[in-house]
Design a protein around this ligand. Structure first.
Ligand SMILES: Cc1cc2nc3c(=O)[nH]c(=O)nc-3n(C[C@H](O)[C@H](O)[C@H](O)COP(=O)(O)OP(=O)(O)OC[C@H]3O[C@@H](n4cnc5c(N)ncnc54)[C@H](O)[C@@H]3O)c2cc1C
Length: 397
């Protein structure tokens, strides 16, 4: 196993048994999945988080969309997304069994649609790129679209099916992961970690979402997303089954239907760190959503919220040792993909911990050391076990 091995001294959080093999900082989907996988392999695991599940996952839509989210210039990330999405069916079965709860995993697929001719032209450019990568995108005529989803607006000019882009409900996923981790023996300590040097464990995994910047000095910055939650009338399920992602008069929007009647409509992408919800954002999201699916106008608006995606300079996650600190592993910076990337992240980090020093090849492009030469990172991570973040951290925000 990587790290110093089990120790019998207690950390500041006064864990009431031998110091753990693995301490996970952050009980979002990423941290909890790692905790579950490590505990299931027989390691002693402690998870630290004052408010489990309160990070980005609480507002996330839960799209598992390696195809629709394959963007120009992000080929390595697309490979990781595809790998993780491929692990989702088995992960969902295992987790549902381990936790004994439904996580809202659905496989109807995703329709990507364009409202106007310009919207469709923009969508087609991306499909051409995605098809060039060999990803399964099937263009559909308007009549074929409406056969699949009769509720789509007659104005919709065309679209495509990404059949392998699925969805899960993050508000079910995170409690299920917590239950599975605890059943496997992981212990949750509901206190924050203020400095990594306060944690005593064989290996420390930093999976604290946007909190990773303050703990490590690595360049994780908040990318705000505002989201709406609607509910179909009379407790009925929504009048559509696929995830709908659309371009509507230049606005991008998605609608994610749940069996419960909930529809998640999102999301803005803003380089800021407040959690305010603005009237303008609600207006733009609703207008685009109603343009694509008119019946949405009759739904109840039950929640408006905002969350902070943990972004990185290249939009890809950081997975692996903190530069200069082999006993500290980073699992962070999942940006807009943390839900889809949960299975592969948990497997790779667990393999790294249990693998006797060998690193899974899939991790290579995503090691945090790719940012080690950015100004501020060296300053932040070169202070030994105190892990004081550099004051320059703000310059990445
Ligand atoms: C609007 C929006 C929509 C999204 N939609 C999708 C989607 O459809 N599909 C998808 O794959 N992803 C989506 N995401 C992204 C996804 O939510 C994130 O990538 C994912 O939640 C990251 O998981 P995480 O566990 O790393 O961090 P988080 O979910 O942010 O959890 C971090 C946890 O760490 C804890 N923490 C922080 N600091 C400390 C500390 N010092 N000590 C202890 N604990 C600490 C927090 O309390 C929190 O519980 C979306 C995000 C947003 C904002």
């Amino acid at each position: 196993m990587l790290g110093r091995g089990p120790s019998s001294t207690g950390g500041v959080n006064k864990v009431p048994f031998l110091a753990p093999d693995v301490a996970v900082v952050g009980a979002g989907p990423v941290g909890l999945a790692i905790a579950w996988r490590c505990a299931a392999r027989g390691l002693r695991v402690v998870v630290h988080d004052p408010t489990p599940g309160s990070g980005a996952s609480h507002v996330a839509a839960g799209m598992l969309a390696p195809v629709a989210e394959a963007y120009f210039g992000e080929q390595e990330l697309t490979g990781l997304l595809t790998e993780s999405a491929g692990r989702w069916p088995e992960f969902a079965v295992e987790l549902t069994e381990a936790a004994g709860t439904d996580i809202g995993y659905r496989t109807e697929g995703t329709l990507v649609v364009g409202l106007t001719a310009d919207d469709l032209a923009e969508a087609r450019r991306l499909w051409a790129y995605q098809q060039g990568l060999g990803l399964p995108v099937t263009p559909l005529r308007p009549s074929q679209l409406r056969e699949r989803e009769p509720a789509l607006a007659p104005r919709v000019r065309g679209g495509a099916l990404a059949a392998t882009d699925h969805q899960v409900d993050p508000r079910r996923l995170v409690p299920a992961l917590r239950l599975a981790a605890e059943r496997a023996g992981a212990v949750l300590v509901t206190e924050p970690v203020r400095r990594l040097s306060d944690v005593t464990a064989g290996v420390t995994v930093v999976a604290a979402g946007c909190g990773v910047a303050a703990l490590t000095g690595l360049p994780v910055r908040p990318v705000k997303g505002q989201v709406l939650r609607l509910r179909a009338p009379d407790g009925a399920p929504p009048g559509f089954r696929h995830v709908i992602r659309g371009y509507a008069d230049g606005e991008q929007v998605y609608l994610v239907p749940r069996h419960s009647g909930e529809v998640v409509v999102g999301a803005t992408v803003e380089e800021r760190s407040d959690l305010d919800v603005s009237a303008g954002a609600v207006l733009r999201l609703l207008r685009a959503a109603v343009d694509l699916l008119p019946e949405i106008a009759e739904y109840d608006l039950v929640e408006t919220s905002a969350g902070l995606r943990p972004g990185t300079p290249d939009n890809a996650p950081m997975l692996g040792p903190l530069p200069g600190h082999p006993d500290v592993l980073v699992a962070a910076g999942h940006h807009r993909h943390g839900i889809v990337l949960t299975p592969v992240t948990a497997d790779l980090i667990t393999d790294l911990i249990c693998g006797g020093g060998s690193s899974p090849p899939l991790l290579a492009p995503f090691r945090p050391e790719r940012f080690a030469n950015l100004p501020g990172v060296v300053a932040a991570t070169a202070v030994g076990n105190t892990f004081q973040p550099s004051t320059e951290v703000d310059s990445w925000n």
